[in-house]
Design a protein around this ligand. Structure first.
Ligand code: DC
Length: 229
């Protein structure tokens, strides 16, 4: 059976990672969260004082990149992915509001993208992967076997993110979350370097009113057909 490369792109908090994790677990594929890589670089930059009120010290960040080692694990049984920054488990820290507020400007930088895209291509080169992000079907794996472009209404996305953070014990208001989502969408889709856009051969999935089960029912036949091709 063919080991596919499945690219899932779309707006923030569309449920891309939940969907991607379930696909990976069902087909015994590796799940790769490309956004977590940008988040990890952002966390490092915050910790090292490279991001301040004045902005990002780009020169310092550029020279620091070689000191940033990003690794990750994915457990299909629990659907848990854990990211490590220089060996430290930073899964919780990279999901904080502070990191969320700074990640889009960091991910706009060409030299950051170049390094992350190289890491992502390396991680996915054997196939048998599901990778989610913003430019997976357009830049990272333009030859991906299956490309999905996910979207959902901003209100529904904000509510999902709010509940997700609440479950983790992270306090944030619905308004603050929605504002952050809209800001990130705007930066992500208007930036010069690999903006978020639908690949011409991507299939759109608006999951505003779909359960996860319905999304799986929708994608299963597509995957099975491609695996046998
Ligand atoms: O998927 P996420 O919300 O964890 O992603 C965090 C940020 O990283 C997002 O605002 C944009 C950026 N990102 C990107 O530029 N390219 C990707 N492939 C994935 C994420």
């Amino acid at each position: 059976m063919k080991k596919l490369i499945i690219a899932i792109d779309g707006y923030s908090s569309c449920g891309k990672s939940t969907f991607a994790k379930h696909i990976a677990a069902r087909y015994h594929y590796l799940y790769i969260d490309s956004g977590a890589m940008y988040r990890t670089v952002t966390l490092y930059a915050l910790q090292q004082g490279i991001i301040t009120e004045q902005g990002i010290d780009e020169e310092k960040l550029k020279s620091s990149l070689e000191h940033i080692d990003i690794s990750f694990t994915f457990d299909p049984a629990t659907l848990q992915s854990i990211h490590f920054l220089n060996g430290e488990n930073v899964e919780e820290k990279i999901r904080s509001i502070e990191v969320s507020q700074h990640v889009s400007p960091v991910s706009k930088l060409k030299f950051v993208r170049e390094k992350m895209v190289a890491l992502q291509r390396e991680a996915g080169k054997e196939g048998g992967i599901v990778m989610d992000g913003r430019d997976i079907g357009t830049v990272v794996f333009p030859e991906a076997d299956l490309k999905i472009f996910m979207t959902a209404s901003p209100e529904i996305r904000a509510r999902r993110r709010y509940l997700e953070l609440k479950e983790k014990g992270i306090e944030a208001s619905l308004e603050e979350i929605k504002k952050n989502l809209m800001e990130r969408d705007l930066i992500d889709s208007t930036r010069e370097e690999s903006p978020l856009r639908q690949a011409s051969d991507a299939i759109v999935l608006d999951n505003s009113h779909m359960t996860l089960e319905q999304q799986m029912e929708w994608i299963d036949p597509l995957i099975r057909k491609l695996m046998q091709s």
